[in-house]
Ligand binder design. Structure first.
Ligand code: ATP
Ligand code: MG
Length: 559
């Protein structure tokens, strides 16, 4: 766990906050502008949530603003479906951008800026194949060599760059490169490509363009166009910073600065959009918002509160070195949040019929508190009848010592109801238990117990007649190994085959029929749950958000 896991006011500044405070103190910037720059080629994941919380969080803290910029310079992989999902996810996380922008809106400006480099003699059109360009680049220990195309005149380059744009050449026939240093120890400065030809339909600009800017050029210049003061990205962009600065210096555009932090990696999951897309396309999960996915939409569907995700991002802090965060910390944040907010309900997963032989009323309405952690949480009514369901696993015909649940001759309390005693076990012809018969102690009613009897076990239950049938989906980790990205073989070899268990005939207390989609529940003794979008008027479906305790930690210890 990061050292920054205390309350936010006790926290020391992270390195980016230190930089920002210094920039504001020296007057380098009057205010700050950050951006969150997703490429719309997939759904956002928890790693993006870290970046969102950081970028929007800094702007909020220092009174600046954050742009949502779609980095849509690659026409092939991008789609409007992704744009919509990204906006929904950012909003759901609790952030509002000041401007919604698209790098593709800058295609004219970016092309003009590239043309400026041509005119300054700083960029040339190269006809080499990508293989030739790669070999001519040399190696980190051997300098590269320039080819004859680098000798082209400014006039020639201008015309060729215009012709590239006009569609005179097929894909890959030519590229535009900037002339920097073929001997630079930074391979990315060895005359990097900044434009390529791609005759492809773009989800926003349609067929207007057949040349597209490369990431480094487009990203840095988009930052400048938007006057981004602090352009925050992940560590793999450290080697790109020199080119970022070079373009800004040569073009004299707004001096945005890039700062890098360690990307979030988390145990038992994958976080690359490429891999997530594979899971979706190969039907290894049920879509991008499958509750087992590391996507924000998956976590939302699973019932993770946005506030818990924000808290998690806050606790892990901003690191400068790669690390692997225990998913248990995220689950801890989820539990901590839900313990305070979730409505308590009773649901029996594997029913055993229990008959209260001395209960002669038709029905008694009992009251059960919605949330003991919340004074103002109120209570709900629960019907209590002669026939109830309890969990099969809460009964043993031959019980060991210290078994505090129900067994012949033994007493337990039914939550928010009465103390009962098991008198008789009823079996069918094959010897299977079909019912247990009990008597209840009328004076032991919860809230007004005058029985003087103390029992150690409290069971959840539902009224057999009033219970509603429900499907319950229990999720476990999607992968069996901690560090999936670095595990041997293909990442899909490590998928946990038991990551979804469906209980199709659970019995839920009737209050759940009236509850709504966005409510979160604690099913007593079972975990935290949320209604799934596949619920309808005839069938309730619940997703288990998280167990009550970290069952996995115990499993690992057991070996
Ligand atoms: P992926 O590898 O999952 O496809 P990406 O970096 O290609 O991710 P982008 O859409 O380009 O995805 O990312 C948008 C922003 O989110 C970038 O600033 C990127 O640095 C940041 N980001 C992506 N993944 C993580 C992560 N795991 N932790 C922190 N920030 C991340
Ligand atoms: Mg990317």
């Amino acid at each position: 766990m990061s050292k920054n896991s205390g309350m936010s006011e006790e926290k020391s500044l992270n390195f980016i906050e230190e930089i920002i405070e210094a920039d504001l103190a020296t007057g380098k910037h009057q205010s700050i502008t950050t951006r969150f720059p997703p490429e719309p080629n997939g759904y956002l994941h928890i790693g993006h949530a870290k970046s969102i919380c950081l970028n929007f969080g800094l702007a909020n803290k220092y009174g600046g603003s954050t742009n949502l910029r779609f980095d849509d310079t690659n026409p092939v992989t991008e789609d409007t479906e992704y744009v919509e999902s990204i906006k929904e996810d950012v909003r759901w996380l609790g952030f509002e951008w000041s401007k919604e922008l698209y790098a593709s809106d800058y295609f004219d400006q970016l092309y003009a800026l590239a043309m400026q480099l041509v005119e300054k003699g700083l960029a040339y059109v190269d006809d080499s194949t990508s293989e030739e360009i790669a070999t001519q680049k040399g190696t980190p220990t051997h300098p590269g060599t320039r080819n004859q195309f680098a000798q082209r005149t400014v006039e020639e380059n201008k015309q060729l760059f215009l012709d590239m744009k006009a569609g005179k050449y097929p894909d890959g026939a030519k590229v535009l490169r900037v002339k920097i240093d073929m001997a630079s120890p930074n391979m990315l400065l060895r005359d990097p490509i900044i434009y390529r030809i791609k005759h492809a339909h773009h989800h926003r600009t349609a067929d207007a363009w057949c040349v597209y800017p490369m990431y480094d050029f487009a990203h840095g210049q988009s930052d400048s166009i938007e006057k981004i003061t602090h352009s925050i990205c992940t560590l793999e962009f450290v080697p790109h910073r020199d080119l970022y600065d070079w373009c800004i210096n040569q073009l004299g555009t707004f001096p945005s600065k890039q700062y890098e932090f360690a990307r979030l990696n988390m145990t038992y999951t994958v976080m690359s959009k490429r891999k997530l897309l594979q899971l979706v396309n190969e039907h290894l999960v049920n879509g991008w918002d499958d509750p087992r996915m590391s996507t924000i939409s998956g976590m939302r569907r699973r019932g993770y509160p946005a506030a818990a995700i924000r808290e998690f991002c806050d606790r892990i802090g901003v690191a400068k070195r790669e690390n692997l965060i225990d998913v248990g910390l995220l689950e801890f944040c989820v539990r901590e949040n839900l313990n305070k907010t979730a409505q308590r309900r009773m649901v029996v997963f594997n029913p055993l019929k229990l008959v209260i032989t001395n209960f002669d009323n038709e029905l008694e309405m009992l009251s059960s508190e919605n949330n003991p952690e919340d004074e103002n949480g109120g209570a709900r009514e629960m019907p209590f009848c002669k026939e109830l369901f309890i969990e099969q696993e809460d009964f043993m015909e031959v019980a060991p010592k210290k078994y505090f649940r129900l067994a012949p001759g033994q007493m337990v309390r039914l939550k928010s109801a009465y103390i009962i005693k098991c008198d008789e076990v009823i079996k069918d012809a094959n010897g299977n238990i079909t019912e247990v018969h009990c008597t209840y102690i009328p004076e032991s009613r919860s809230g007004s117990d005058s029985s003087g009897i103390h029992v150690k076990g409290t069971l959840h239950w539902v009224s057999a007649k009033h219970a509603i049938q429900a499907e319950v989906r229990l999720y476990d980790r999607l992968f069996k190994v901690e560090d999936v990205a670095n595990a041997e073989g293909d990442f899909k070899d490590h998928i946990n085959p038991d990551s979804l268990q469906i209980i199709s005939n659970a019995y839920a207390e009737p209050a759940l029929a009236k509850d709504t989609m966005d409510q979160q529940f604690q099913f007593l003794r079972k975990g935290y749950f949320v209604i799934d979008k596949e619920s309808n008027s005839t069938k309730l479906v619940f997703n288990r958000t998280v167990t009550l305790k970290d069952a996995w930690a115990k499993e690992v210890k057991k070996g």
